[in-house]
Structure formats: C-alpha cells, structure tokens
Design a protein around this ligand. Structure first.
Ligand code: SIN
Length: 264
C-alpha cells in the first residue's frame, strides 16, 4: 500500500473521508475509525448544533453521483471537542472541519479546537453551498483574505482550507496567491459543485427539498473538476502546501488519477 506523509503526520495509506454526509455522529465516526481509512475527518461544525435542511436533502443519482443540500447538520463544535479524545481508540490521525456562519464563529471554534491535544489538524470549510443566506466564502476573495488572516493568528494546528471548485484560470490564480501569502498548510479540492438541479420527470419535480431543489453535486460527475482543481493548485501553490484530492473516488484508478494530478 502506498503511504503518505501529510500535515507532518505519517499516514498508513493516502485515503480518508471527506467532511461529508457520513461523519456527523459518534457512530459514523467510529465506523470510519474502524475502516481502513488512514485518518478520520469530522463533519464541518458550527458554533451551535444544527438540524440542517429539511429532507429529502441527499439523493443518489445515475452514474455514481449525488445531489445534496444537507445544510451542515452537526452536533456543534463543543460536542466534537468531547468526541475527539474518544476517537483516539482508533489510533489514527483526527482532522476536524469547521464551517462557522461568520468570522467570529470560526475564530472561536478554531481557537478552542486548537487546544484539543488529540486533534491533529483543522480544515476550514470555505465552500458549503447549502446554507440559505450564507454565500460560499471561497468565491469571495476579499472575505477569504479576511477570514484566513484572522484564523491563522490563532490556529495552533496544521491548517487547511476546503475550497469550492474553480473553473477559471484567473480565479485559480487569485486564490492561490492568497493562500501562498498565508500560513495555510493544505487545501482540499474540491467541495461539491454548488447549485445543480436534478429533476424527476416521472414526478415532474425536483428531487431534493431545500433551496427549490438546488444542491451540491458530488460523485463521479465531479471528478474531472476535482482533478483539474488539484492539478491547478499543485501548479500554483508553494511546494510545501499540500493538496487533498476529493470527489468521485471509487476505485484505485480514480485515486491514481488524483495522485497523477498532484494530490498528496
Ligand atoms: C452540507 O452539509 O450541506 C454539505 C457540507 C459542505 O458542502 O460543505
């Protein structure tokens, strides 16, 4: 099995879960802990627990793809602070994902999570497309600069950014420049492709309930964009900033493509 070194930690293999729909509860995190994943990533947390959006909010579609508008259901950061030490029974690195509703929330959560000694790294999610009234920060470069500047002052762990997919070279270059001027240690490319629409023609309606059916697209469908974002950020970022590839990985071939594109 290929090993990797990531965020200063030796990984038994180069695979672990994205912060996604299956890493919210203790049960789900234990399943990941018991799996062959080399690390465990917790669901993007907020200051307060959240129920998330109304169901149906996740639907598998054709070609191993999906649409979701989960809306960040999570236990709230204080609960993850309690859970993280319990996850050490699995003897693998633990990453925590954070997605505050505003800069102050991110500062508070990252500052407190930084003191959890069992936690290995923090990923700041700048890219959730599913919360009404909360734009994807990663598409607002000024806001990205502001949050990175504030968070890097107080984060005492390796710090990553979960990025939305970019489609334009100017946007890749702008974001890479911001990251190269920061102390960010890694980026995760990509979050779901925001605001897709899937329609069930038999029912003559959209398949998920929140946001009029608009949701983040994931799975096989997004792999070419995951690969392009990994490749472009690998080209543009300083060599010491590592890249996690994410999206549409079902097989060793998919994983090898990401490695060839430049994923760590
Ligand atoms: C969600 O909970 O809506 C998905 C999280 C994300 O896309 O960052």
């Amino acid at each position: 099995m290929i090993k990797t070194r990531f965020a200063g930690i030796n990984f038994e293999n180069p695979f672990f879960n994205a912060s996604g729909p299956h890493c919210t509860t203790k049960e789900e995190l234990d399943i990941l802990g018991q799996s062959k994943a080399a690390a465990v990533m917790t669901k993007s947390c907020t200051l307060e627990p959240r129920e998330g959006n109304p169901s149906p909010r996740y639907v598998d579609i054709t070609n191993n793809s999906s649409i979701n508008s989960m809306g960040l259901p999570n236990l709230g950061y204080k609960e993850y602070m309690k859970l993280i030490p319990e996850l050490t029974v699995h003897n693998k690195p633990i990453f925590s994902s954070v997605s505050g509703m505003k800069i102050e929330d991110n500062i508070q959560m990252i500052s407190e999570l930084s003191d959890v000694k069992e936690l290995d790294a923090i990923e700041l999610n700048l890219s959730c497309p599913n919360v009404v009234g909360k734009p994807q920060v990663g598409y607002d470069f000024q806001q990205s600069v502001e949050v990175i500047q504030e968070v890097q002052k107080i984060c005492k762990k390796p710090l990553g950014l979960k990025l939305p997919p970019y489609f334009d070279f100017v946007h890749f270059e702008t974001m890479a420049k911001i990251i190269n001027q920061s102390r960010v240690n890694f980026v995760t490319c990509i979050n779901s492709l925001g605001n897709g629409l899937v329609i069930d023609i038999a029912k003559e309606q959209v398949v998920i309930k929140p946001k009029g059916g608009f949701g983040g697209m994931g799975g096989k469908l997004v792999k070419p964009f995951g690969l392009s974002n990994v490749r472009k950020f690998r080209e543009l970022l300083k060599p010491e900033i590592q890249v996690i590839g994410c999206g549409g990985i079902f097989s060793g071939i998919d994983a090898f493509e990401y490695i060839l594109a430049g994923a760590d």
